[in-house]
Design a protein around this ligand. Structure first.
Ligand SMILES: [Zn+2]
Length: 169
C-alpha cells in the first residue's frame, strides 16, 4: 500500500485531491492496479477514483499503461503511483513559493508605503508614487498616510522560516 507518512506530503496531496482523495491514494497498492481494484478496496465510487487518478496523472504522480484485449478490443488501464514525484513536485512548489516570498520581503524592506486614509482604503502605494501624487490618493483624493509594514515583514519572515524548517528545498 502507498503510505503517506510525512505530514508535509499529506498536506500537499490533500490540497490536490481532498480528504476522500487522500484515503483513495492510501488504498492504492505500490505495484500496478486498475481503477476497479481501488473501488473495491477503498469503497469509493468509480467516478471519484477516476477523478483522483486523473488529477494525480496531471501532476505526474500517477502513470498508466494501456493494454488492449485482443478478443474484446477493450482497453484496460494499469496504474502506478510515483511517490518520488510527490517529493519532486512539492520541492518545486516550495522553491517557487520561497522565491516569491523572498522577493516580496525584499520589496517590503526596501520601500516605505503609503495608504489611502479613507475608511475602505483604495490602495497602497510606494513612496515614489505617493510623492508624485502629492501624498493624495489618486482615486478618492484623501490624504495618503505612511504605513508601518513591520507586521507584514514579520509574517513574511515567519513563512520563509517555516519553509526552511521543512528542509525539503
Ligand atoms: Zn482613496
Amino acid at each position: 500500500m502507498v503510505k503517506i507518512k510525512d505530514e508535509v506530503f499529506k498536506k500537499y496531496l490533500k490540497k490536490l485531491v481532498g480528504d476522500d482523495g487522500l484515503e483513495i491514494i492510501e488504498s492504492m497498492p505500490e505495484k500496478e492496479f486498475t481503477d476497479m481494484m481501488i473501488v473495491e478496496k477503498s469503497g469509493y465510487n468509480l467516478n471519484l477514483v477516476r477523478k483522483v487518478l486523473s488529477i494525480l496523472y496531471e501532476n505526474n504522480i500517477a502513470r498508466y499503461r494501456r493494454v488492449r484485449d485482443k478478443e474484446s478490443n477493450w482497453l484496460s488501464y494499469y496504474w502506478r503511483i510515483d511517490t518520488e514525484n510527490i517529493q519532486r513536485n512539492l520541492k518545486d512548489e516550495l522553491s517557487r513559493l520561497y522565491r516569491i516570498l523572498s522577493e516580496r520581503l525584499e520589496f517590503e524592506e526596501n520601500n516605505v508605503f503609503f495608504v489611502c486614509s479613507s475608511k475602505i482604503p483604495c490602495g497602497r502605494y510606494t513612496f515614489d508614487f505617493a510623492s508624485d501624487h502629492h501624498f493624495m490618493c489618486p482615486v478618492c483624493r484623501s490624504d495618503l498616510k505612511a504605513e508601518d509594514n513591520t507586521d507584514i515583514i514579520k509574517k513574511l519572515k515567519k513563512r520563509l522560516d517555516e519553509i526552511e524548517k521543512l528542509k525539503i528545498i
